[in-house]
Design a binder for this molecule. Structure first.
Ligand code: PLP
Length: 396
């Protein structure tokens, strides 16, 4: 390790809270689908800052838009209107097939807004304050007290109890387990159409359709967390569009700003239960992040990003299937588009570290699954490059 790098890491460990076990590299800059560390070493990026950098690094036109907005106005608060937020809202609601949007600064905050929407919607109907939300096992929705309360991972929750009340967990893709939890108090059902952190588990179409039917019948809000699987990742603008199932409330973030901190929750008109005084954010929807989001949504449309994901995603799928067939240690392969996972019989930490040494950045989902979340602009040759290196790092 060079002095410079060691020095930086030592300094980091002195001052940063130890909430992450970080890999021992300092990332410096990116270009296209490659990242460079502080020593100039080049890495093929197959994680995209956790599904954030959808357009890779320095996509034509994007940085220029952001820089121009920095020189105009970065922040206004929500006491006033600003043009980038209006334009981004129009484009985002159109792309998502939703009616209204509230911009947030993160995915977690988008989930908070979605939970509040469901509770307020039910409150408006019966004036009661004991409503319940059904969430899924192995889900991930964020780390704030509200988002953590609907995250189906006891390990993340334990030390922080008591969480918000009225949350029950059903089994993903098991409609009977959901039905068993529904009562007159149920105000919302929340899930990821493709579970990300939980290990890349796509919902079954029948499951989502039955959830939609139950929610319609009982006037419960169906909430889709598209923070990771949305924004073209699965080959449609939002993952639920692959299934032809519309939510009442949708949470998005990650790739919405391609690195600028912006998220949003969107709702259908009937679910627009939050009104003046119910919710707010100082930064949320500021002109800087919204200029970026608006430009990104334009690029997705003009440059047919979803078509590209379908093409390269199918190629990645095929290559990972072949890899699985060649290695007994690979026990499962799941996913769709450029959101795929390869499960191994053993923890994958060692493979990921070796791949990094060889110049590919991958991440895990759980202990035994490698997650593939490259920038959506990767080409087949990048898939070949990654597969070649990964294969070297996997034992027989
Ligand atoms: C990352 C993630 C979140 C939380 O988003 P943050 O921007 O980290 O707050 C919520 N839901 C899902 C599905 C995610 O992948």
């Amino acid at each position: 390790m060079s002095e410079d790098k060691k020095g930086l890491i030592d300094r980091a460990e002195q001052v940063l809270l130890h909430t992450y076990n970080r890999y021992q590299i300092v990332l410096d800059h990116g270009e296209g689908v490659y990242l460079y560390d502080s020593e100039g070493k080049k890495y093929l990026d197959f994680y995209a800052g956790i599904a954030v950098y959808a357009l890779g690094y320095n996509y034509p036109g994007l940085n220029e838009t952001v820089k121009a907005q920095v020189d105009k106005l970065v922040h206004t608060s929500n006491y006033y209107y600003n043009r980038p937020a209006i334009e981004a809202a129009e484009k985002l609601t159109k792309a998502a097939g939703m009616d209204r949007v509230f911009f947030t600064n993160s995915g977690t905050e988008a989930i908070e807004g979605a939970i509040k929407t469901a509770r307020k919607y039910a409150y408006n109907k019966d004036g009661k304050t004991d409503h319940e939300i059904i969430a899924m096992d192995h889900s991930f929705h964020g780390r704030s007290m509200g988002a953590l309360s609907v995250t189906g991972n006891p390990h993340y929750q334990e030390a922080f109890k008591p969480l918000i009340g009225g949350v029950k967990f059903a089994r993903f893709n098991d409609i009977e387990s959901v039905k068993a939890l529904i009562t007159d108090k149920t105000c919302g059902i929340i899930l990821e159409p493709v579970q990300g952190e939980g290990g890349i588990y796509p919902a079954e179409e029948g499951f989502l359709k039955e959830l939609r039917a139950i929610c319609d019948e009982r006037d419960i809000l169906l909430i889709f967390d598209e923070v990771q699987c949305g924004m073209g990742r699965t080959g449609t603008m939002f993952a639920c569009q692959r299934y032809g199932v519309e939510p009442d409330v949708m949470a998005v973030a990650k790739a919405l700003g391609c690195g600028l901190p912006v998220g949003a929750f969107l709702c259908k008109e009937k679910a627009a239960a939050l009104v003046a005084g119910d919710h707010g954010s100082t930064y949320g929807g500021n002109p800087l992040v919204c200029a970026a989001a608006g430009k990104i949504l334009d690029i997705f449309e003009q440059d047919h990003i979803c078509d590209h994901v379908n093409e390269v995603g199918a190629y990645l799928y095929e290559k990972l299937e072949e890899l699985k067939a060649r290695h007994d240690s690979v026990t499962d392969h799941r996913g769709v588009g450029l959101m795929q996972g390869l499960e191994f019989a053993e923890p994958v930490g060692g493979i990921i570290q070796k791949a990094m040494d060889e110049g590919v950045i991958l991440i895990s989902a759980g202990t035994n699954t490698i997650r593939f979340l490259p920038p959506l602009i990767i080409e087949k040759r990048h898939v070949d490059e990654m597969i070649g290196i990964l294969e070297k790092c996997i034992g027989k």
